[in-house]
Design a protein around this ligand. Sequence first.
Ligand code: PLP
Length: 388
Amino acid sequence: MNPAVCCYFDNNATTRVAPEAVEVMLPFLAEHWGNPSSAYRLGRTAARGIELAREKLAALIQAEPEQLVFTSCGTESNNAAIHSALRDQPEKRHLVMSAVEHPANLSAAAYWGRLGYETTFVPVDGDGRLDLDRLSQAIRPDTALVSIMWANNETGVIFPVAEIGALCRDRGVLFHTDAVQVPGKVEIDVGAVGADFLSFSGHKLYAPKGVGLLYLRHPSRFQPYLLGGNQERGRRAGTENVAGVVGFGRAAELASRWVDETNRRVRAMRDRLENGILATIPGTFRNGGLEPRLPNTANLGFAGVEAEAVLLALDRVGIFVSSGSACSTGSLEPSHVLTAMGLAPDRAKGCLRFSLGIYTTEGEVEYVLEQLPEVIGRLRAMSPREWR
Ligand code: PLP
């Protein structure tokens, strides 16, 4: 394979925009570029584009269109959910999260912590699974919100959100789940999850960056995070990213087909890649329990090497992978997810995430299996670290 070709194995960081999404977006950039808040035709056409997309996203997650608020990204959706839950219940000053949440949640917890709020972080076991008894014990009379992700972006481990939703309902506590990694991989029925808030992001679903979504079980209780104009029925100020929203809507229409494809073809390629690496390269290990797990994600450790060095060596042969969540790439800290699972920092620093997508090909998987043993062998030979 020509290394100039890009072999993209980082679909949990972002996805290529589907050509079908690009196609419907272009007219909203070139022709229907009006402000959706304007009352004349140019504006009304843009507003209609947004409302049609809202209906498509509502259908995807089995919600009502009125329950959906468009945001700028998954990070904003998470921040907005936490903000609303805390502002709506000013007497409650406690949050519960898992120890392996995305930084979008952890940083919000730190921010509210500086304002006097407390967060209890529920641990995970060596397979990355959440301890539901510990979660239950963490809920207190002053808990305003339980915020637990649906699927972990680094390991792909899926948390039992329906069970967590039932527990929160039982205990009378609001529940938010960061579902950013889920659409296109798992079917979604917000009623079955029983969450009060769900966060989504366009660019993880073959739609563009700069558009996110927040589901509200009780829209009337929502306390807006961004203040200003009256967009999104007064729930999110700021002129909408119309073309992005329209592209997100088109992706939502195709998502069920992608769920099928991801669970058949992509899962088979992920398994071939994972098993191939574990079988042919000594000193390798998998992070995260086998199931339930996102069908596109493999997180693998390589004893005796720095993941950052492997990432750069693979980049030189046209293979793109991640050494942690994209937001923490470049940081020399080991992944908070892997250390929460009990990995020693030294081992955690040798881990790579391969996340496949609907555009991944079998040829690309074979190319990685061909290149990786040589890359790992070379780096181990140069390293003073004993790995056997
Ligand atoms: N939550 C999870 C689980 C993610 O994987 C990401 C992105 O990596 C985010 C939130 C943030 O989404 P965005 O990049 O749209 O802000």
